[in-house]
Design a protein around this ligand. Structure first.
Ligand SMILES: Cc1cc2nc3c(=O)[nH]c(=O)nc-3n(C[C@H](O)[C@H](O)[C@H](O)COP(=O)(O)OP(=O)(O)OC[C@H]3O[C@@H](n4cnc5c(N)ncnc54)[C@H](O)[C@@H]3O)c2cc1C
Length: 246
């Protein structure tokens, strides 16, 4: 097939690490510059490929966490213990490094900025990354339910606190701590359950769309709970952060 016939998003393109930002002790945001990048729809991801000096390559998928912009986007990577790619991106990659990406990818787990429906965004761990792209881009109201092990592992804490404090009706944020809760937190740490979901869910007649992202088990549990509390299954979109690449 002629190269020109392959859609641009499926071709590996060079990307340059423009900056890095520590999010937690084990997670980092990479700002990537890509010539000709025209932007993305919140929720989409990219594939990222690393090549070793001996030619060995490894690629993994990462959600885009920034709002859409030409020429540049961000991904937030949580280091997986003993992982091949994520510890490199979190601990080693530095500004000026070159790698390859293809994308943006994905057409279902997306929130189009013109969609007027309210959104219920539910993230587990680094699954909050594509939801953050939606939060950063959205004009319409969102409720974010963020399940994290502990305050020290939560991503985007300051930005979410500022958005919440703005109290402009665009964003409401609720945390569920599964292992360690902050001092004085009203409920003991524990898994997200139907009661917590029901407290943040939009009224049934709001025609809300739910976006659920995180580890596979989290996503399946939450999708079942949403259906259980009466959310229309046709308005539930999921993204599973299982192992990728090969
Ligand atoms: C569509 C999509 C979007 C994604 N977006 C992000 C993102 O925004 N940020 C992010 O940090 N990750 C994201 N991931 C996960 C990412 O693609 C990698 O799987 C992850 O970084 C681990 O890669 P690794 O090479 O470090 O680990 P590997 O060398 O692939 O795996 C090492 C060990 O960890 C296990 N493992 C691998 N991945 C995971 C995982 N996700 N959870 C639990 N155990 C795992 C493997 O089974 C293996 O035992 C996404 C996955 C998908 C499918």
């Amino acid at each position: 097939m002629a190269r020109a016939a392959i859609p641009g998003r499926l071709i590996w393109q060079p990307a340059t690490v423009a900056a890095t930002r520590a999010e937690t002790a084990t997670a980092r945001t990479l700002v990537l510059d890509v010539d000709g990048w025209t932007g993305h729809t919140p929720g989409q991801h990219i594939d990222l490929r690393l090549t070793a000096p001996d030619g060995y390559t490894a690629h993994r998928s990462y959600s885009i966490s920034s709002a859409s912009a030409p020429g540049r986007f961000e991904v937030t990577v949580q280091a997986v213990t003993d992982g091949e790619v994520s510890p490199y991106l979190v601990d080693v990659a530095e500004p000026g490094d070159r790698l390859e990406i293809r994308g943006p990818l994905g057409g279902w787990f997306v929130r189009r900025p013109a969609d007027p429906r309210p959104a219920l965004l539910i993230g587990g761990g680094s699954g909050v990354a594509p939801l953050m792209s939606m939060v950063r881009a959205a004009t319409y109201p969102s409720r974010l339910l963020y399940s994290t092990r502990s305050p020290s592992e939560a991503l985007y804490t300051e930005e979410l606190a500022a958005a919440r404090a703005a109290d402009d009706g665009r964003l409401d944020v609720t945390y569920v701590y599964t292992r360690v809760a902050p001092p004085g937190w009203p409920v003991p740490p524990g898994r997200l359950d139907a009661d917590a979901l029901a407290r943040v869910a939009w009224p049934r007649d709001a025609d809300a769309v739910a976006f659920v992202c995180g580890p596979t088990g989290f996503v399946e549990t939450v999708a079942d709970l949403l259906v259980g509390i009466g959310h229309d299954p046709a308005n539930i979109r999921t993204e599973r952060f299982g192992p990728t690449g090969g």
